[in-house]
Design a binder for this molecule. Structure first.
Ligand SMILES: [Zn+2]
Length: 359
C-alpha cells in the first residue's frame, strides 16, 4: 500500500478540524520531507481558530514543530550550520521559507520579504498540503533554514524553539548585551518566561516580571526572577519597591497591552531600551510621553517574527540551558493528532502555557 500523509485541516472559525489523507510526495531539489514528531499549539494558532487572526482557509495550522527527516531532496545535505543531514535526524526549522537574495533579506529583515512561505499559515490545496504542524508530515521548501537538534532532547522543550524562543532571541539581539543590567519582562506567559531565562543566562543582574495573574508570577520565580510585580501596581508603586541599584535598563514587553507598554516606558531609567514583541493584534494607540523619551534618552524597538541567526541562537540557548529551567513543565498536556479538537479545547481554556500534539 502507498504510504499516506494525514493532515488535520482548519476549515473555519470554531469549526472541528477535518482529517484528510494525501499521498506522500518525493521532495524536489533543496526540499526535505519531514515526519513530524511533536507540535505545540501556539497562541497565534488559538487566535486563528477563534477568528482573532486572519489565515488562509482551508489550511493546516501549527508552526511550533519538530520532526525527523524522512527524505532529503537533491542538493540539501547540511543544516544551516553545516552539519551533515541524514534520514532520521531530528530537526527544527524556520517558520518561513525565504529567497535569501530578496531585497528585504539582504537588508536583514527576511521575515518581511514579499511572498513569504509560512508554515502553518498557507492555503491547503491538492498540490500543497503538507505545510503545517498538525499533520503527520511537512514538506520543507527550498529556502527554509534547518537546524539539527540533539537526538535525545525532550520534544516538549524543543517544539517551541522555532517560534517562542527564536522571537525572544531576536528581542535579546535588539537589546544588546544584558550583562550586569536589570531587565523587566512584562507578561509572564510562554514568551515572557523565555525572556526571563535568556536574560538571566545572558548575565543580567536582576530580572523582574510583571503580570496580572498571581499564579503566573509565582511560577516565573523558577526562571531566575528577583522580584515580581502585579500589573495592578502603579508605576510609582513599582518604582518605590526597586532600590537605587535596581533601576530598569531594559523592558521586554510580551503583553502587547498599551497600558503595560506605557508603564514599561515610565519605569525605564536614563538610557534605557524598550523592546516590544507582544503587540501583534489590532489595538488602541499606546500613550508615549515624547518629552520623557527625549530627556531620558530612551529607545523603543519593535520585533515581529525573527531572523535566521535568531533561530540559530535559540537552538543554541535551549540546547545549552534545557535543564536549567523547567521548560518541560510549560507543556501542560499532550494529545494524539487524531484528538486535535480536544487539544484546542484544552489549550483554549487558558490553564496551560502550551498544549502539545504527539504524532
Ligand atoms: Zn507562534
Amino acid at each position: 500500500m502507498t504510504p499516506k500523509a494525514t493532515s488535520m485541516v482548519f476549515t473555519g472559525t470554531g469549526q472541528p478540524f477535518r482529517k484528510k489523507q494525501s499521498s506522500l510526495p518525493y521532495p524536489g531539489p533543496g526540499e526535505i520531507l519531514v515526519q513530524i514528531t511533536y507540535t505545540t499549539i501556539c497562541t497565534s494558532d488559538l487566535h486563528t481558530y477563534s477568528g482573532r487572526r486572519n489565515a488562509p482557509c482551508p489550511c493546516v495550522l501549527g508552526h511550533e514543530i519538530i520532526g525527523r527527516i524522512a527524505v532529503c531532496g537533491t542538493g540539501k545535505h547540511t543544516d544551516d550550520t553545516g552539519i551533515p543531514l541524514y534520514a532520521g535526524d531530528l530537526i527544527t526549522w524556520c517558520v518561513y521559507a525565504v529567497d535569501a537574495t530578496s531585497e528585504m533579506a539582504r537588508k536583514g529583515m527576511p521575515q518581511k520579504s514579499p511572498g513569504l512561505y509560512k508554515y502553518g499559515h498557507q492555503q491547503f490545496s491538492d498540490t500543497d498540503s503538507l505545510n503545517g504542524g498538525f499533520a503527520s508530515h511537512c514538506l520543507l521548501k527550498k529556502g527554509t533554514a534547518v537546524f539539527k537538534l540533539p537526538d535525545a532532547i525532550n520534544p516538549k522543550i524543543a517544539a517551541p524553539i522555532n517560534c517562542t524562543h527564536a522571537t525572544i532571541a531576536g528581542a535579546l539581539r535588539l537589546a544588546g548585551s544584558v550583562a550586569g543590567k536589570n531587565i523587566l519582562v512584562t507578561g509572564a506567559g510562554m514568551l515572557g518566561l523565555s525572556a526571563c531565562a535568556m536574560a538571566k543566562a545572558g548575565g543580567a543582574a536582576h530580572v523582574y516580571t510583571l503580570d496580572q495573574h498571581p499564579d503566573r508570577l509565582a511560577f516565573s520565580k523558577k526562571f531566575g526572577i528577583t522580584q515580581t510585580f502585579s500589573s495592578n501596581l502603579t508605576t510609582h508603586e513599582i518604582d518605590a519597591r526597586l532600590s537605587a541599584t535596581e533601576k530598569i535598563d531594559v523592558v521586554i514587553d510580551t503583553t502587547g497591552r498599551p497600558e503595560v507598554m506605557t508603564k514599561g516606558l515610565e519605569l525605564l531609567s536614563t538610557g534605557g531600551c524598550a523592546i516590544w514583541v507582544g503587540a501583534v493584534f489590532t489595538q488602541p494607540a499606546t500613550r508615549v510621553n515624547a518629552e520623557m523619551v527625549v530627556r531620558k534618552l530612551l529607545t523603543i524597538k519593535g520585533l515581529h517574527n525573527y531572523t535566521i541567526p535568531d533561530l540559530e541562537a535559540a537552538v543554541g540557548f535551549i540546547t545549552l540551558h534545557q535543564h536549567d529551567y523547567p521548560f518541560d513543565a510549560l507543556v501542560g498536556a499532550t494529545f494524539a493528532l487524531d484528538h486535535l479538537n480536544e487539544a484546542f479545547a484544552a489549550a483554549g481554556n487558558g490553564s496551560y502555557y502550551r498544549v502539545g500534539i504527539s504524532q
